[in-house]
Design a protein around this ligand. Structure first.
Ligand code: CP
Length: 328
């Protein structure tokens, strides 16, 4: 398939190749060099659900490879508001674009869209399904941070917390991590928001140690990564929304990190974090703490998304020959 819809379609070799290509993209992402290797190519950026990072960084990544972007955001700006199907929209967009990134609130919708075309389609998030590019940039971040800290990935202990039921980034990330050396994965979710069983079973079947705990009030001294996610209230059923509030006990903050975790523990979050006080999301009291890797994650989104385009459009071997220093 020419598409990137789920991390399931990637072998360990392909993931390793992608991460190596991403590392080679860093000088371009850091504005030290430029390439025009995708000159003449057009990206269709189709977002039917709110986004800042994924939409803008896919856009910027395509531009930094020399391509151009058509950005269509929201149902109201597309003819899907007039009842046009995913199939027809896909056939139309494929005539205009050389690659398409799509986000949609329904799980499986991006795959349905992609089935109608051979133009590469990248899943930018399909409801509570998957978010493969986010998980790839998270893996890239973990690998880079571990290299900086002189830690091996093998045997790492990753704590995933927050909304593990609807958080599509953790669905993709847990599968990606499970392709690497045996790890320990601890899952802590508020009631009703646990990681789906089939994902726990998959990871356990690949030889990883998976444990579910009820709370963050426990000893996490040997945790290497705390990966926390926003509560996705927009995906709750009416019954779940009724009277739901997240207990502060599930908040990752300075007190949790200082009292429960080790000195080198990394704190990650796919973002956005919900800044409303009642949301009890990742606390701002960690802003400025070097253990907080969230903005290193967002920066890594550019080289990783460039690598995704370069490999899907088969220009990854051409970039080195096309590099020039910046003139601005
Ligand atoms: N992480 C992420 O998907 O962010 P956006 O919703 O802003 O794209």
């Amino acid at each position: 398939s020419p598409h990137l819809l789920s991390v399931d379609s990637l072998s360990r070799d392909q993931i390793d190749h992608l991460l190596r290509v991403a590392a080679r993209m860093e000088p371009i992402a850091q504005r030290r060099q430029v390439t025009r290797v995708l000159e003449g190519a057009v990206l269709g950026n189709l977002f039917f659900e709110a986004s800042t990072r994924t939409r803008v960084s896919f856009n910027a990544a395509f531009c930094r490879l020399g391509g151009s972007v058509c950005d269509t955001t929201g149902f109201t700006f597309s003819s899907m508001a007039k009842g046009e199907s995913l199939y027809d929209t896909s056939r139309v967009m494929a005539g205009y674009c050389d690659a398409i990134v799509m986000r949609h609130p329904e799980q499986g919708s991006v795959a349905e869209f992609a089935a109608a075309t051979n133009v590469p389609v990248i899943n930018g998030g399909d409801g509570p399904g998957e978010h493969p590019s986010q998980a790839l940039l998270d893996l890239y971040t973990i690998d880079k941070e571990f290299t900086r800290l002189g830690k091996p990935l093998a045997g790492a202990h990753v704590l995933m917390t927050g909304d593990l039921k609807y958080g599509r980034t953790v669905h993709s990330l847990i599968k990606l991590l499970s392709l690497y050396a045996p790890m320990r994965i601890t899952l802590v979710a508020p009631p009703g928001l646990a990681m789906p069983d089939h994902l726990i079973e998959l990871v356990a079947s690949r030889g990883h140690r998976v444990e579910q705990r009820d709370s963050l009030a426990s000893d996490y001294a040997d945790v290497d990564v705390v990966y926390t996610t926003r509560i996705q209230k927009e995906r709750f059923t009416a019954e779940m929304s009724e009277g739901f509030s997240l207990s502060r006990d599930f908040t990752v903050d300075r007190a949790f990190l200082d009292r429960r975790c080790g000195r080198d523990t990394l704190v990650m979050h796919p973002l956005p974090r919900d800044s409303r006080p009642e949301a009890n999301d990742l606390d701002v009291d960690l802003n400025g703490d070097p253990r907080l890797a969230i903005f290193r994650q967002t920066d890594n989104g550019i080289p990783v998304r460039m690598a995704i385009f370069a490999t899907l459009l088969k220009v990854d071997e051409l970039i080195e020959k096309d590099l020039r220093p910046v003139r601005w």
